[in-house]
Ligand binder design. Structure first.
Ligand SMILES: [Zn+2]
Ligand SMILES: [Zn+2]
Length: 639
């Protein structure tokens, strides 16, 4: 969709008056409540009281009913008995929360040079795009903070986008501590009341800095002078699952263009597109090569897992160098991160007789075994079932075997290998509720555990000063995915995860376990050689004509009937083909990577084009009788 149009559509309709919200709080002493709960275990009222004991600041009635799975009537009873009370929810007013003002930090030479370029753009008051390529821990945030200061001094406002997962109170605090002015925080998990207030404050110019995830780019900040997109390569900026498919980063560039603002795109591993824009002079490039705290980048050791299996004579998650390092680090009171890109216990269950995987009945995906609740779960639609006794495909008994491993299994194995080790796990399963991720983050930072095991959730933005060791269990698995971005994704992931090590005075160490120790990309990642990676990758993209050398449009058809859906996709394909548009490449119709999701079949095809404009008319004229989705510049051509 056209960025400008989308912006105008969004900034218009959001002017409802904030509705008053109420919270329910416990009105009994802890002792009384606990006694009563013990005597009345598992009743609705006991569940409610228990929940409120956990949440001393209170909960909204709707949230409470949802979390305790109760109706309104037990709440009413508790209110009548005056065991709980109702209070108006405090307005979201940041000026009343405590904050500790922070001062500007002294910049090093590279940061100073970068900021000088930004200042020049800001004073010229014309659109300018900067790419800040800074190694992990290079102090990009301090550059952002001082750039915002400059924009405010010019009487303009600033928008800061961060990846969804990095929008933690730690991040917000850092910005709030610097600016005396009100900061608006924009996040879809905030309540409607909170969002309405933030919206009004921005519209009236009371708040002049907004921090948020991708949709914050549509906020009505007035007279925008500066837009910052941190971790610009991050795929969470892209909204792909629902219409409109847009990339928050690209909309940000468009908005800066419309407002004559300066935009900063920052990353330790810039996307190929952005880096290419810097190469061709569209973006102004600043490189921060050194860590701001004078800490050095961690050293990365590659471990060949095929050899490790031979030596151990069996499968193991942990190579001997990793186990030794874990022991050593934990003994001296330092912390470690273990990264694995799969959650659950076993990846799936397979029949030894017919070789079929136990699949979700609604999706084209094998079910993952979760030991914590002894169930098989679908990672696409959350369908859950008990472990079957016989093969659902061929009916054979006792032929089902568990295959592959996830974070849950890694955690258990670690306990078996190093008894007494304290671990925390951060993945989608342990962070289902709103504040879970942040609670885990705080616990780990307070050294309540020696090792944090997690999926890519632990790779982004977190700053743990005591982490000196990072173990990457199988980052190369994604290399086998047939997608033009596979190499880029793996390089980015290794660099980001490795970057969590040794961010303070203590030097960091990274152990990278792989089955492809000779793979050039693994070597470039281990050397943290972005330039080498970029040179190699951009040459390949050019050779095979992929972005940034062309634009990609992915068209996906949906339907409950497999054959019909495939035919629809073919009909659209034929319609585009017959239009004989010059300079486009039309790839054939294929089932999507997940060929069925939630009982909907999916067929897709990809168009490569030099210019999207050439396709505008034909895309608008496609049959309205068919259910399909158009994704321009998709994150992946595979998924
Ligand atoms: Zn079978
Ligand atoms: Zn499913």
């Amino acid at each position: 969709m056209d960025g400008g149009l989308l912006l105008r559509a969004h900034t218009k309709n959001f002017a409802t008056v904030p509705k008053k919200e109420f919270l329910l709080l416990l009105n009994l002493t802890k002792e009384k409540a606990t006694d009563w709960i013990i005597e009345n275990r598992n009743t609705s009222m006991a569940l409610i009281l228990e929940k409120l004991l956990e949440r001393p600041k209170g909960l909204a009635a709707t949230e409470l009913m949802q979390e305790c799975k109760t109706t309104r009537s037990p709440l009413q009873t508790l209110l009548t008995r005056k065991w709980i009370r109702k209070e108006e929810k405090p307005e979201f007013d940041l000026s009343q929360e405590e904050f500790f003002p922070s001062r500007e930090k002294k910049l090093n030479e590279e940061q100073t040079e970068c900021l000088a370029k930004i200042q020049k753009s800001l004073t010229e008051k014309q659109f300018a795009a900067h790419l800040i390529h800074g190694v992990t821990g290079s102090g990009k945030t301090e550059v952002y903070l001082q750039a915002i200061q400059m924009a405010l001094a010019e009487g303009r406002s600033a928008i800061l986008l961060v990846p969804e997962i990095a929008l933690t109170s730690q991040t917000i605090e850092r910005f709030r501590a610097r600016f005396q002015e009100r900061i608006a925080v924009w996040h879809h998990r905030r309540s409607l009341g909170e969002r309405t207030l933030a919206w009004e404050d921005l519209r009236q110019g009371k708040a002049r800095v907004v921090i948020g995830a991708r949709s914050a780019i549509f906020c009505p900040a007035q007279n925008v002078g500066l837009i910052i997109v941190d971790e610009e390569h991050d795929t969470s900026y892209k909204q792909s699952d629902e219409a409109p498919c847009y990339n928050g980063r690209d909309v940000a560039v468009m908005r800066a263009h419309l407002e004559g603002a300066t935009i900063l795109l920052g990353s330790a591993t810039p996307s190929l597109e952005s880096r290419y824009n810097a190469d061709t002079g569209k973006y102004i490039l600043s490189t921060l090569r050194t860590r701001a705290t004078s800490a050095s980048l961690p050293s990365i050791q590659i471990v060949d897992m095929k050899r490790e299996f031979e030596i151990a004579g069996m499968f193991t998650h942990f190579s001997s160098p990793l186990i030794d390092a874990l022991k050593k680090r934990c003994e001296i009171g330092e912390q470690a991160l273990i990264f694995l890109n799969r959650r659950g216990y076993h990846r799936h269950q397979m029949c030894a007789a017919c070789r079929e995987v136990v699949k979700c009945p609604h999706c084209d995906l094998g079910l993952t075994f979760h030991k914590s609740n002894n169930h098989l779960r679908c990672h696409l639609c959350d369908f859950c079932r008990e472990v079957p006794r016989s093969c659902p495909t061929c009916g054979a008994r006792e032929t089902l075997q568990f295959k592959g491993f996830g974070t849950e299994h890694v955690e258990r194995s670690l306990h078996a290998l190093l008894p007494g080790i304290r671990t925390l796990r951060m993945d989608r399963d342990t962070t289902r509720k709103k504040d879970d991720a942040e609670d885990l983050y705080r616990q780990f930072k307070a050294h309540k555990a020696d090792v944090l095991i997690g999926t890519q959730m632990i790779a982004k933005g977190f700053h743990f000063p005591a982490v000196t060791l990072v173990g990457i269990l199988a980052a190369d698995a994604a290399l086998s995915i047939p997608d033009f971005r596979a190499g880029e994704t793996v390089f980015q992931l290794i660099t980001q995860v490795a970057g969590r090590a040794g961010r303070s005075e203590l030097p960091g160490e990274v152990i990278l376990q792989t089955f492809l120790p000779e793979h050039p990309l693994i070597h470039l990642a281990a050397q943290q050689n972005y330039e080498g990676f970029y040179a190699q990758e951009i040459a390949e993209r050019k050779l095979f004509n992929y972005p940034p050398f062309c634009r990609i449009i992915k068209i996906t058809c949906f339907g409950t009937d497999e054959k019909e859906t495939e035919n629809s996709a073919r009909a659209l394909h034929a319609q585009i083909d017959s239009a004989k548009i010059p300079d486009i490449e039309l790839l054939s119709v294929v089932p999507a990577a997940h060929a069925k999701v939630k009982d909907q079949y999916r067929f897709q095809f990809v168009i490569k084009a030099q210019k999207i404009v050439a396709l505008k008319n034909i895309l608008h004229s496609l049959s309205s009788k068919i259910r399909f989705k158009i994704d321009v510049d998709p994150v992946s051509t595979f998924f």
